[in-house]
Design a protein around this ligand. Structure first.
Ligand code: SAM
Length: 275
């Protein structure tokens, strides 16, 4: 997969050189390029924003600067400032140039980015993430790219307001990147996670030592009895989800719960919907 991130603070994306995402970049599983939006500004102050039409506080990012930047990044021509540097990251790039692009515009007014979104986007060949600042990006940018056949996804990473889209870009790259084949060493570890296929939060996890400062690891986990361990884990996942995210249990639907699940939920004080 190729991901381009456009920002006025490209250094903000430096953590993407670390850990699993950093390794995925080194091994060519993920071709990630970061661009400075100001390279597409045309005045000597490298201006990217202006006052909002209709009045009000703050500044809005100009559509003309974003339009030029995204045209070049999508077409993979780069800005003049990029010349000579993009080509250094060869690897998988050649496979995806010309592939359909999803333009991701992080915004608190977008649809919420979830694990389902990450799973869907992990199938894409190219993501281009446009990081807003100030009061956001002129609305015509999304409109123009949609009109030209680009899939535009305006997404929020949660119900709060950040100063800029860079943290959202980090979230998207981390969540999508770890789903790419080969990025997480043992793909099994993706199966039982929170927000996975079971629709529950993950059960509590433990490691050595079995006793620590008076806290014992639950006996069943030391038993080696796989069926009992699986049942214990599902019970704890149900209890935890009912306590912390009852909306997820509601979303499961009655058919996803068997009689034992219902007992566990009742004991946890949650009345399951009638089957
Ligand atoms: N005026 C905007 C509003 O009220 O919807 C908020 C703009 S915010 C201060 C500046 C930028 O931060 C946004 O353009 C977006 O890129 C990013 N941002 C802030 N909160 C976000 C969130 N919850 N999810 C994704 N991006 C966010």
């Amino acid at each position: 997969m190729r991901v381009d991130v456009v920002s006025i603070f490209p250094d903000y994306l430096a953590p993407l050189e670390l850990s699993l995402v950093g390794k995925a970049r080194q091994s060519g599983l993920l071709d990630l390029r970061v661009h400075d939006l100001r390279d597409w500004a045309t005045d000597r102050h490298r201006t990217v924003d202006d006052t909002p039409f209709g009045g009000g506080a703050g500044m809005v990012m100009r559509p003309d600067v974003w339009g030029r930047a995204l045209d070049d990044v999508i077409a993979d021509t780069g800005s003049d400032a990029d010349a000579g540097s993009d080509g250094e990251q060869a690897g998988v790039a050649g496979d995806v140039v010309g592939a359909p692009v999803r333009l991701v515009i992080p915004t608190p007014s977008g649809e919420v980015f979830t694990q389902r979104t990450a799973e869907a986007w992990a199938q894409d060949a190219r993501l281009v993430v446009a990081c807003g600042r100030y009061e956001g990006i002129d609305a015509r940018v999304a409109e123009r790219f949609r009109e030209r056949g680009v899939v535009v996804s305006e997404v929020s990473i949660g119900d709060y307001v950040l100063n800029g889209g860079e943290v959202a870009a980090l979230v998207v790259v981390e969540a999508v990147g770890r789903l790419l084949p080969g990025v997480v060493g043992n793909p099994e570890s993706l199966v039982e996670e929170s927000h996975g296929a079971a629709g529950l939060l993950e059960y509590p996890v433990y490691t050595k030592p079995p006793a620590w400062e008076g806290h014992e690891v639950p006996e069943v986990l030391l038993s080696g009895h796989h069926a009992k361990i699986a049942r214990w884990r599902r019970d704890r996942a149900l209890e935890r989800t009912a306590a912390r995210r009852p909306d997820l249990i509601e979303a499961l639907g009655a058919d996803a719960l068997d009689a034992h699940d219902r007992e566990v939920l009742r004991a946890a004080g949650w009345e399951p919907p009638a089957s």
